[in-house]
Design a binder for this molecule. Structure first.
Ligand code: NZQ
Ligand code: ZN
Length: 400
């Protein structure tokens, strides 16, 4: 096992009717800015619950944070925080609202152009941030229990991540009732995102971490078992609760302890979102299988282990290469079928999202993406062997 330091200070308040607890979690004299997205919280009653819990506080609002939160929108909130001398940020929404709120929290106190936080990896220079609380309404990203954020800048076609220990929310309220209003499209996205988060921390090579492996497999198995229940019965609160806790556990740092990670699916997926506007999870479901095929020999043993323990696919003879390859293919197909069962496509050319853009020379876009990632100077993959050529091969596999 590799060395690690693990520290996660986020207070999780989990369960039905927990939004009322906000008043115990934010100091009474604080000026609070609630941040939210395009309005789902006003339709599903979450906004009313939050405002009730905040009665007596000095409250301001900033709505309109879009999915894949945009730098230009967030800068408006930064200006508002400075002008109004806001003490506390309360994010009410999904991962985009929370990530945007983390950026606001950091940018308010940043000396210099805040975009540097993302482009120049100056997150180490974040020395101060506004405190953040979260009421989560979409189970997917794990942002509610980590210090990371992903910010887009549509005017330059960029989508970049950053993180700081100062950006852990002080608390996250996870009431599964808030997720009942999600469309099946967003529910499926959340399941796929959490699934891939586990995979990016699991599907590398063995450094003797049996506990972390089994923790990862437990999340994968629970997602696989619970996904059809929640897709068929969106009102099933137990299923919603289990998906929610899986998604939080998938990216709160615990399963990353001491293991070798590979975030190449996310790195390439973010570029597809920046290029085509594809939903985050939908980009991952397309890139992940292409990476498995491209990196088959390197990920082989762990993939077989995943297949045995999660899908119960046992090779007829463990010492026979042919049998192992057959098992590999079976597990690969089961994984693809799982995404398809959620209505999530695994090829760019099948995607029904923004179809007119697919016609615009995908090869050219793939070159731009490969160039952009490789110019950042770091090769992707647990063996640091995925560079310009491999990214193009992977993207070509993503197409058909
Ligand atoms: O904007 P509103 O009106 O709220 O609608 C949202 C949005 O349109 C809607 N929604 C959210 N909760 C709802 C709801 N609709 C009905 N009922 C509810 N209860 O869902 C849509 C998508 O919301 P969004 O917040 O964008 O989804 P998600 O939570 O999947 O977040 C995606 C963002 O998180 C980043 C992604 O890159 C993407 O920008 N990620 C952040 C990570 C992190 N901070 O650790 C890790 C992830 O890998 C990911 O990269
Ligand atoms: Zn993700």
């Amino acid at each position: 096992m590799n060395n690690f330091t693990y520290h996660n200070p986020v207070k999780i308040v989990f369960g039905k009717n927990t939004i009322a607890k906000i008043k115990d979690l934010i100091p009474a004299n604080n000026k609070v800015l609630i941040t939210y997205g395009g309005g789902s919280i006003k339709k599903n009653g979450v906004y009313d619950q939050v405002m009730k819990a905040l009665s007596g506080y000095n409250v301001l609002e900033f709505g309109g944070i879009e999915a894949n939160p945009d730098f230009n929108t967030l800068i408006k909130a930064v200006d508002l925080c400075k002008k109004e001398k806001v003490d506390f940020l309360l994010s009410v929404g999904g991962g985009s609202v929370l990530d945007g709120t983390k950026f606001i929290a950091a940018a308010v106190n940043y000396n210099g152009d805040p975009w540097e936080i993302l482009t120049q990896k100056k997150s180490g220079k974040i020395t101060k941030a506004l405190p953040i609380g979260c009421v989560l309404t979409l189970a997917a990203t794990g942002s509610e229990m980590n210090g990371f954020a992903v910010i887009s800048r549509r005017e330059t076609g960029e989508k970049l991540s950053f993180g700081s220990p100062l950006l852990f929310p002080q608390f996250s309220i996870l009431d599964p009732q808030t997720t009942v209003s999600l469309s099946s499209h967003q529910t499926a996205n959340g399941i796929v995102d959490a699934f891939i988060h586990v995979m990016e921390q699991y599907l590398t090579y063995d450094v003797n971490t049996p506990l972390q492996d089994r923790q990862s497999e437990a999340i994968l198995k629970t997602l696989i078992e619970t996904a059809p229940i929640v897709m068929n019965n969106p009102d099933d609160l137990d299923a919603r609760a289990n998906i929610m806790w899986c998604a939080t556990q998938a990216l709160n740092g615990l399963i990353a302890c001491g293991v070798v990670q590979d975030w190449s699916t996310h790195m390439i997926g973010h570029e597809l979102t920046a290029a085509y506007g594809l939903d985050h999870a939908r980009s991952l479901a397309i890139v992940f299988p292409a990476i498995i095929e491209n990196q088959k020999s390197r990920k082989f043993n762990k993939f077989i282990q995943y297949g045995k323990r999660t899908w119960h696919v046992i090779p007829a003879d463990e010492n026979n290469e042919n049998d192992l390859n057959k098992a590999f293919d079976k597990v690969f197909n089961k994984t693809i079928d799982f995404f398809h069962s959620l209505g999530v496509k695994t090829k760019l050319s099948d995607s029904d999202l923004i179809p007119e853009k697919w016609a615009v020379n995908p090869e050219q876009t793939f070159e731009i993406i490969a160039d952009r990632i490789s110019k950042r100077g770091l090769k992707l993959g647990e063996h640091k062997n995925i560079g310009y050529d491999e990214i193009k091969e992977i993207l070509n596999k993503c197409w058909k």
